[in-house]
Design a binder for this molecule. Structure first.
Ligand SMILES: NC(=O)c1ccc[n+]([C@@H]2O[C@H](COP(=O)([O-])OP(=O)(O)OC[C@H]3O[C@@H](n4cnc5c(N)ncnc54)[C@H](O)[C@@H]3O)[C@@H](O)[C@H]2O)c1
Length: 261
């Protein structure tokens, strides 16, 4: 498969080999793309570097997406060492642990601001900073979750941030569409990752999801990677501003037999 032969992608958000961004990186690489990675902070470097080596990635740069100076440095270095590119994957989210359990009404102003900044605004900031380096027909992809549209226990402030993220996808798609750029999101079912472990009772949510979704199985980072590949390839050339579900069909359910038991 060489759907992305000759294409270059920047993947933002690998923390370890459970990360959704890692599943996406593998799928894009298998399809022939050349990759560059950026990761959040020093403590992750020892996990990210070996993964980069595994896929033959030589550009690996630290970048805290809440810091404009670090974003500017990332793209300065990327321009010099990697050159112009075709795909930007934004697979980043953060909220304080205390804001991911209990009642939504107890969210703090500070926690709200932090979650919004890192989980939603960073897509806009990265996209704007990437523009001078993006090739014609480039693709931008981010990751969302069902908690953006429906209430999911404990997801709280992150649900609000994901709603803002999904709206940002639509506004960015409208801004950049005339220049041939596409912007989309994947709304993934729950997957056991580092970030997910911060959500209150995540194991229970994961189990309930697995039992209830029409496919009766867990969603994997490979499932998400394959859909990311489709969205970032010419096979999806007419698709922009969309939120595509990779959730085994969970979002189509109203009332199942099980929930009536
Ligand atoms: N795991 C799930 O169940 C699930 C479901 C749907 C959507 N998502 C979304 O997928 C994306 C990736 O999450 P994941 O589940 O792979 O977890 P993960 O922990 O592997 O990835 C989250 C990444 O965000 C990075 N990050 C956090 N703050 C940052 C900052 N200030 N600057 C730069 N990077 C920062 C972390 O370092 C990490 O690499 C997130 O947007 C998440 O909300 C996850």
């Amino acid at each position: 498969m060489d759907l992305l032969k000759g294409k270059k992608a920047l993947i933002v958000g690998i923390a370890n080999d459970h990360s959704i961004a890692w599943g996406i990186a593998q799928a894009l690489k298998q399809a022939g793309a050349e990759l560059a990675f950026s990761y959040a902070g020093e403590s992750l470097e020892r996990r990210v570097r070996p993964l980069a080596e595994q896929l033959g990635v030589s550009f690996v740069q630290q970048c805290d997406v809440s810091d404009d100076a670090q974003i500017a440095t990332l793209f300065e270095k990327l321009g010099a060492e990697f050159g112009s590119f075709d795909i930007l994957v934004h697979s980043v989210a953060y909220a304080k642990r205390e804001d991911l359990s209990g009642r939504f009404i107890d969210s703090s102003r500070d926690g709200w601001r932090l979650a919004m900044d890192i989980s939603a605004f960073s897509l806009v900031a990265l996209t704007k900073a990437a523009l001078p380096l993006l090739n014609p027909n480039a693709n931008i992809l981010t990751l969302s979750y069902y908690g953006a549209e429906k209430v999911v226990a404990n997801y709280n402030v992150m649900g609000v941030a994901k709603a803002a993220l999904e709206a940002s996808v639509r506004y960015l798609a409208a801004d950049l569409g005339p220049d041939g750029l596409r912007v989309n999101a994947i709304s993934a079912g729950p997957i056991r990752t580092l970030s997910a472990s911060g959500i209150g009772n995540f194991r229970r949510l994961h189990k309930a999801f697995t039992n209830a979704n029409p496919m009766r199985r867990a969603i994997t980072i490979e499932d998400v990677g394959n859909t990311a590949l489709w969205l970032c390839s010419d096979l999806a050339s007419g698709v922009t501003g969309e939120v595509v579900y990779v959730d085994g069909g969970f979002n189509v359910l109203g009332m199942s037999e099980e929930s009536q038991a």
